[in-house]
Design a protein around this ligand. Structure first.
Ligand SMILES: Cc1ncc(COP(=O)(O)O)c(C=O)c1O
Length: 348
């Protein structure tokens, strides 16, 4: 396997050799947040006579349809946004039916007679869905990665609400990223939905409805600040998954990427200061939680909070708002619910 630079389609051209059998990219890269120029890399794949495989997990078909930009095969982790609830593990392979396996001659398991299936040639018999069939009749038969029926049911139920969830993930992520950008403890924010982001132009082309629900940011306080933030959040769950309905947080340098050297961590986009967020569907409480976890404000007891909020409530004409200007004034339990105080105004 050879690595190329996702931000530079020419680097793919330079990496192609006679042994190349496929080009693999992510539509939105996890955790780097790069938006891939799928059409440009597809042109390289076509020149090289190899299929382009796109991992569309972070974008989902709601935001990006890679087949419309020249992908030949699309893969999804269903464990993330498609299932959406973090309750089932699964994957999907989409054969776009665009690659001519017979013409190439480099894929004998598809273009030559298959002795374990009475000598049929899969690409001849199944035409433009030969790869999908091969995944089942060769991959599934030989390796056995069958999804459990109950997980399939949960994932299909999740997919039914994908458009609603995905838009909310994107809208919430945009708000949190914008808010973090102005936070005095934050060094940088990498979210392609922000106009300042180097991938914003590609985001407008490939995912005009939103740049997804996952992004990274850097804490000025570095490694220790990352650990402290993750330890103190209440709305966010500390999890290595992404794409749940709930908001998730992780400090990769002290967890998922802990075993790497400093240099390798940097190269993987998991430097000491990096925090990754997967923004959930909660109603606009993320910034309050991050703010209190970063230790920026003293939290007030409930009675003081009511007094402090009274003028704003009048101005805004109600209790429920977008939370702007009220940061750090609410205590949240582990599920993001406000806690009620006891008789002395203490929170349990
Ligand atoms: C972009 C992307 N693709 C695939 C996977 C693998 O997912 P799974 O664990 O469901 O196989 C991940 C996991 O983080 C991912 O981020």
């Amino acid at each position: 396997m050879k690595w190329a630079d996702t931000t530079d389609p020419e680097s793919f051209r330079a990496a192609v050799t006679p042994k190349t059998r496929a080009i693999f990219v992510e539509s939105i890269a996890n955790p780097g947040g790069i938006i891939t120029d799928i059409a440009a890399i597809s042109a390289v794949a076509k020149e090289a006579g190899v299929p382009l495989i796109v991992d569309n997990t972070l974008a989902t078909p709601y935001l990006t349809r890679p087949a419309e930009h020249g992908a030949d095969i699309i893969v999804h982790s269903l464990t993330k946004f498609l299932g959406g609830h973090g309750n089932s593990i699964g994957g999907a392979i989409v054969d776009c039916g665009t690659f001519d396996w017979m013409a190439s001659g480099h894929y004998p398991s598809l273009s030559a007679p298959c002795p374990s299936y009475h000598g049929i040639t899969l690409a001849e018999t199944f035409g433009n869905f030969a790869f999908a069939i091969a995944c089942r009749v060769l991959g599934l038969r030989d390796l056995g990665p069958a999804i459990s029926p109950f997980n399939a049911f949960l994932i299909l139920t999740g997919i039914e609400t994908l458009p609603l969830r995905m838009q909310r993930h994107c809208d919430n992520a945009f708000q949190v990223a914008t808010w973090l950008l102005a936070h005095d403890k934050v060094a940088w924010v990498n979210y392609a939905g922000l106009v300042e982001n180097p991938y914003n132009r590609l985001a407008k082309r490939y995912c005009p409805d939103g740049a997804g629900g996952v992004f990274t940011f850097g804490l000025k306080g570095g490694y220790d600040a990352g650990i402290a933030l993750v330890s103190n959040v209440k709305l966010f769950s500390h999890l290595a998954n992404i794409g749940d309905t709930r908001s998730l947080i992780i400090h990769p340098a002290s967890t998922t990427h802990r075993q790497l050297s400093d240099e390798h961590r940097e190269r993987a986009g998991a430097g000491a200061d990096v925090v990754r967020l997967s923004i959930g569907l909660e109603k606009c409480r993320h910034h309050r939680d991050l703010d209190q976890a970063a230790g920026r404000r003293l939290r007030l007891c409930y009675r003081e909070r009511l007094v402090a909020r009274a003028p704003q409530m009048e101005e805004r004409g109600g209790e429920d708002g977008d939370g702007a200007g009220l940061m750090g004034e609410t205590e949240l339990d582990g599920h993001g619910q406000e806690q009620r105080p006891d008789a002395e105004g203490r929170l349990q």
